[in-house]
Design a protein around this ligand. Structure first.
Ligand code: PGA
Length: 251
């Protein structure tokens, strides 16, 4: 049985005080959510304080990004995966479309970040997804397949337990336009087949594939009813404790 993951990606929102207020409000609202892993991804500067406030709770903490470099060194402005782990993060998001689009991250960079995350013993949430133009051209699967093979290059059997794939069609992120549960299911099933071909049926059936792109309290249940959707990566609707809790408690 795959345990769903519901992760809130706070992007570049919230001061330290706001981040703390949000998790303190969230904690009691999701305290009984044993059906899934609950994760929040604050900005780097709030990670340590948020992780401290969440210690002993059922909410895990994620970094939104990490350096391609595994070791410390002269890399101004970068944060290493092991430093995320050091401040209490247990997950890291890599290859988010905003980073691919606006910060020109390539599959090679995303791949290095995956390996840095594994080396630091983090669960890696690897984001993939096509643009609207790519979907309209009929090459969505090809694009996702390319991102998977680039991003997962050199992954070992032991890394497979720690990878989570987030399918986030770019046209659905922050647009209010969600993929239909059927559209999402179709791509999730495709991703699972890619894993079966690349690794094994067992690896494919254990893999958690979460959906992201305008997930809201009123569309989560429909998405979660699909066989291959194992959770959600939530942006806008994760910023308020109440709406994120509604998504976590979708059952
Ligand atoms: P959204 O963002 O829920 O605001 O569309 C999702 C994401 O970017 O991870």
């Amino acid at each position: 049985m795959r345990k769903p993951v519901i992760a809130g990606n706070w992007k570049m929102y919230k001061t330290l005080g706001e981040a703390v207020d949000t998790v303190l409000a969230l904690k009691p609202l999701v305290a009984n959510a044993n059906h899934c892993e609950v994760v929040v991804a604050p900005v780097f500067t709030a990670l340590k304080v948020v992780a401290d406030r969440l210690e002993g709770s059922n909410i895990g903490v994620a970094g939104q990004n990490c350096s391609t470099e595994v070791e410390e060194g002269a890399h101004t402005g970068e944060v290493a995966a092991f430093m995320l782990r050091d401040v209490g993060a247990r997950y890291v998001i890599v290859g988010h479309s905003e980073r691919r689009q606006h910060y020109f991250e390539t599959d090679t960079m995303v791949n290095k970040k995956c390996h840095a995350g594994f080396a630091a013993d983090l669960n890696v949430i690897l984001c993939v997804g096509e643009s609207l133009a790519q979907r309209d051209r009929g090459v969505a699967e090809q694009v996702v397949n390319g991102q998977l093979s680039g991003g997962l290059n050199g992954l070992t059997a032991s890394d497979l337990d720690r990878i989570i794939i987030a399918y986030e069609p770019v046209w659905a992120i922050g647009t209010g336009r969600t993929a239909t549960p059927e559209q999402a299911q179709e791509m999730h099933a495709f991703i699972r087949r890619v894993f079966a071909d690349r690794y094994s049926d067992q690896a494919a059936s254990n893999l958690r594939i979460i959906y992201g792109g305008s997930v809201k309290p009123d569309n989560i249940a429909g998405l979660m009813s699909q066989t291959d959707i194992d959770g959600a990566l939530v942006g806008g609707a994760s910023l308020q404790a109440e709406s994120f809790a509604k998504i976590v408690n979708y059952k």
